[in-house]
Write a protein that binds this ligand. Structure first.
Ligand SMILES: *Cc1c(COP(=O)(O)O)cnc(C)c1O
Length: 388
């Protein structure tokens, strides 16, 4: 079976891990710091903190943003459940904003309407978790304007989008320009990445929070490690001796090991190559699937040079949506490991039991009935040839 995505491990990656195993520190050592610096630099952000996975990164981000019971977090229903669960970990409530049928992320016009309603009725969000679906980051401009007007902060779930660039519409509205590397935004509170093996680079399990806000990142660092500080300039009490440390609030242990960080650091060197390889697979799909235009819709190609293409999602035209299940089964039985991204989060039994049946996301419903993710990863061509 050709998987929809998979890791790409080189000899150099293996050596980096072996050498990390021989280091003095297996955790809280120098590899983690080097990996953090390298990711921050790659993204053009001031700070980065490595954690156990993107789910814990989202959890920490919500905690450090002050999310708690009584708060609302809004996100896209077209994502992995972790984009919503991070709010629930903090005791907050989640609301879903319907997707735009082209970008497949939160629809900005609907969001603006929903915010205006929430302002009069109550229930404005503290945080909006924006998801860079499939590796395609939106232009954040209009979202930033709304954030200023309604007083919420932006957390970018860029689990799909390490190595992607924000796409900015030129003033003539026709052309798109690069708006900088994903993670560099100064107006978002932070950006979160995943290093799960299906994502752009891997550390086995792993994640990262990057941000340009130093006081926010200080909170992330403390929360990641039990809420403990060893920095005597921040102590609330007089130190008892050199062994002294202080737990100042309740934190967790979400630290990444140095073994994982060494792998991440080595993988990061090939990230640009990985992105180009995935774009090439996508370009092949655009060319070879073009004759099926009457039956399927392909992702908008104008984002091609900006996307990291974690996913390549095709959609059956609506009159053929009844064939989705059969097409999916046919492709699977032909050895093609297709997937569906995503089941609307609000349809999960957990969320239905909390909030009832959601009827506010018609575009998400239509999308979900027609979507199939085709394999896209760096080894695809090789596997494909081996199959023939
Ligand atoms: C993979 C993924 C996550 C969770 O990442 P983990 O590192 O597996 O915790 C969160 N959000 C999105 C959009 C993802 O694709």
């Amino acid at each position: 079976m050709i998987p929809y995505s998979c890791q790409d491990i080189s000899e150099a990656d293996v050596s980096a891990v072996v050498s990390a195993l021989n280091d003095k520190m297996l955790t809280q050592g120098s590899s983690t710091i080097l990996f953090e610096r390298a990711v921050a630099e790659y993204c053009g952000a001031a700070h980065a903190k490595a954690v156990t996975n993107a789910t814990s990164a989202l959890h920490l981000a919500c905690l450090a943003a002050g999310v708690g019971p009584g708060d609302f977090v809004w996100t896209s229903p077209n994502s992995f459940v972790a984009s919503a669960n991070c709010a629930r970990f903090c005791g907050a409530d989640v609301e879903f904003v319907d997707i735009n049928p082209i970008t497949l992320g939160i629809d900005i016009d609907l969001l603006a309407e929903k915010l205006a309603n929430a302002k009069t009725r109550g229930g404005l969000p503290k945080v909006i978790v924006v998801v860079h679906f499939a590796g395609q980051a939106p232009s954040l401009g209009s979202l930033e304007t709304l954030a200023e007007r309604y007083g919420f902060v932006i957390i970018e779930d860029a689990s799909h989008a390490l190595g992607a660039v924000y796409c900015r519409q030129a003033p003539d509205k026709k052309k798109f320009k690069s708006g900088g590397t994903v993670g560099s935004s100064k107006k978002s509170l932070c950006t979160v990445f995943s290093f799960h093996p299906v994502k752009m680079i891997t550390t086995g399990e792993g994640g990262m929070v990057v941000s340009n806000d130093s006081s926010f990142m200080r909170k992330i660092e403390l929360l990641r490690s039990h809420g403990i500080t060893r920095d005597d300039s921040n102590f609330q009490r007089l130190a008892d001796g050199k062994w002294y440390y202080e737990q100042q609030f309740l934190g967790v242990n979400y630290r990444m090991t140095d073994i994982q960080a060494a792998l991440g650091l080595s993988q990061l060197k090939r990230l640009n190559q990985f992105v180009l390889a995935r774009r090439e697979v996508a370009a092949n799909y655009y060319d070879s699937l073009a004759p099926l235009a009457n039956f399927i819709k392909l992702p908008p190609r104008r984002f091609h040079d900006f996307s990291s293409y974690h996913l390549f999602v095709i959609r059956l035209r609506s009159q053929f949506s009844y064939l989705r299940g059969r097409l999916f089964d046919y492709l699977r039985s032909s050895g093609i490991g297709v997937q569906v991204h995503y089941i609307p989060i609000y349809k999960q039994p957990y969320y239905e039991s909390l909030y009832g049946v959601n009827t506010n996301c018609p575009e998400m419903e239509k999308y979900y009935e027609t979507a199939i993710s085709l394999p896209n990863h760096t080894k695809l061509e090789k596997i494909g040839r081996a199959h023939v």
